[in-house]
Write a protein that binds this ligand. Structure first.
Ligand SMILES: Cc1cc2nc3c(=O)[nH]c(=O)nc-3n(C[C@H](O)[C@H](O)[C@H](O)COP(=O)(O)O)c2cc1C
Length: 194
């Protein structure tokens, strides 16, 4: 059954600035999307990666159709999702295209590997996920890409990189667990050892 919840043509009274302010409050995990083969590669920093389903393993990412990665995703039908650790801010910055870096030049200074799809995957990422494009919804400025998972490499690292209110935030499991332990002393006193 197709359910149309609301017509897409309704004029919105919400300004893009107000919407942007609201979205700044949403904490996002930082990943780099990679696409292409050989030297015909590019990539971009995103916070829009989200899990779609576990069975089958699939995810979603939303990318701007003006980005240099989009034609490569369309042409090859594959992409990589590289979930960054807290000490990979430099990589995140390179892949926003700041300083005019384009294509293959964004990949300099880090180690990359390939799996089944042939797209570059970041060695040392918190997780590097090889994906095949299953479906695409082109809507407004963006393309929502559904990726079927071909392979995952998961690191033992525990420090993640997030983005919140326009800045990068490190989430360190050890440090944050220590802070939680400080505030949860009364609870821990009553906790039973098993
Ligand atoms: C933290 C952060 C998150 C971003 N998330 C997205 C995203 O989810 N989708 C998107 O299209 N662009 C996102 N961008 C912008 C892209 O990184 C940027 O437009 C892109 O790298 C430009 O690529 P191009 O020079 O290859 O066109 C994000 C930027 C930053 C700094």
């Amino acid at each position: 059954m197709n359910l149309i919840i609301r017509s897409a043509s309704i004029d919105s009274e919400v300004s893009s600035g107000d919407f942007r302010s609201a979205m700044r409050q949403l904490t996002g995990g930082v990943s780099v999307i990679t696409a292409g083969r050989g030297r015909d590669i590019s990539g971009m920093t995103v916070t829009s990666v989200s899990s779609l389903s576990v069975d089958p393993p699939a995810l979603i990412v939303s990318i701007n159709r003006e980005s240099s990665s989009w034609p490569l995703v369309k042409r090859y039908g594959f992409f990589g999702v590289n979930i960054l650790t807290s000490d990979q801010i430099d990589i995140a910055e390179r892949f926003t295209g700041k300083g005019g870096l384009k294509g293959v030049d964004r990949f300099a200074g880090a180690r990359w590997m390939t799996c089944a799809s042939g797209v570059p995957l970041l060695v040392g990422a918190l997780a590097a996920i090889d994906c095949e494009v299953e479906d695409v919804v082109e809507r407004h400025s963006h393309a929502i890409i559904i990726g079927r998972i071909l392979n995952v490499e998961v690191s033992a690292r525990t420090a993640a990189l997030a983005y919140w209110q326009g800045r990068y935030v490190a989430i360190d499991q050890d440090e944050d667990a220590a802070k939680l332990a400080e505030v949860s002393v009364p609870v821990r006193k009553t906790a039973r050892k098993v």
